[in-house]
Design a protein around this ligand. Sequence first.
Ligand code: SF4
Ligand code: SF4
Length: 356
Amino acid sequence: MALPQRRTDIGPPHYKDFLPPVIQKNYGDWKYHEVLSPGVMVHVANSGDKIWSVRVASPRLLSTDTIRDLADIAEKYCGGYIRWTTRNNVEFLVSDEKNLEPLQNELKQKKYMMGGIGSRISNIVHTQGWIHCHSAASDASGLVKVLMDEFADYFTTKETPNKVRMAVACCVNMCGAVHCSDIAVVAVHRKVPTIDHDKVKNMCEVPSTIAACPTGAISPDPAKKSVKINADKCMYCGNCFTVCPPIEIHDPEYDGVAIVVGGKVGNLRSNPKFSKLAVPFIKNNPPRWPEVTSTVRKILDAYVADAKKHERVGEWIERIGWEKFFKVTGLPFTFQHIDDFVIARETFRTAATFKW
Ligand code: SF4
Ligand code: SF4
């Protein structure tokens, strides 16, 4: 007897099952799109069909009440079609033009912040932070809150030369998008972890702890039934702490953030780029991190003042040169900016050729 067909690994449902009918019908057959206002964009198909996206910011960590409210609004004006972008913007997909204005009125009345489309800052993507992740060197949620407060006008009204993607990650393991964002904050530990040997021998698996270290800095310490760390090889990533909590990485004096700039995913006009170091360290100063917001402002202001239309942050810096980037932003150039390994020319220039 033939067995009924079973799907044992169903995975996520196929995204096409969730597309609005207008997108299903015109899939791959679009004529153009146009940004109508900071929070509204229209896509026009070759058939003449249109679909409008209305974007609002989200605090990313959402209460069920807020999610229910967003879903109810989507049900009311766009047949339930709503999506979260990779950077946690919330977009309502409106197929009927007559619903566009009432939707915007309700969003305004409920104080949702509309914007983020086109040449401006969109919602900031971020990782977890002190509440949700044990290896965090800073609080991603708190940093995003203060950055969004500081730059809200660049979401709602003001323009930048091209889109500015911002990201925050709370450790260098970086489950956010800081490596490919225009301006990004990445939290860093700066000390070799300390080891509580008594606890290691009772709480940790030595082989998996050794295997967790990406630089091979951890080796067995049989006498103590524990492990030891070669400090010269340690890059303070905190992976060992993740698998073995008695290897403590946190330090309130030494933890803080670095700022990296110039990354992008898109290949329009120039290749995708990795972000590069702009500021090696700013000490944590919660709850408002004023030194971080003022530093990001320096970078953003210089970019807005100096970049040509359509230049992304990384393209602007490459055109003016990294030497000038440090001059126009007023950020100090430090020894941490100098790469002395083989691929130096692919990142910063070497010390010998850097023209200050
Ligand atoms: Fe945890 Fe690091 Fe990801 Fe933050 S970036 S959530 S600390 S792994
Ligand atoms: Fe290895 Fe990272 Fe632990 Fe240092 S912090 S010992 S590099 S796993």
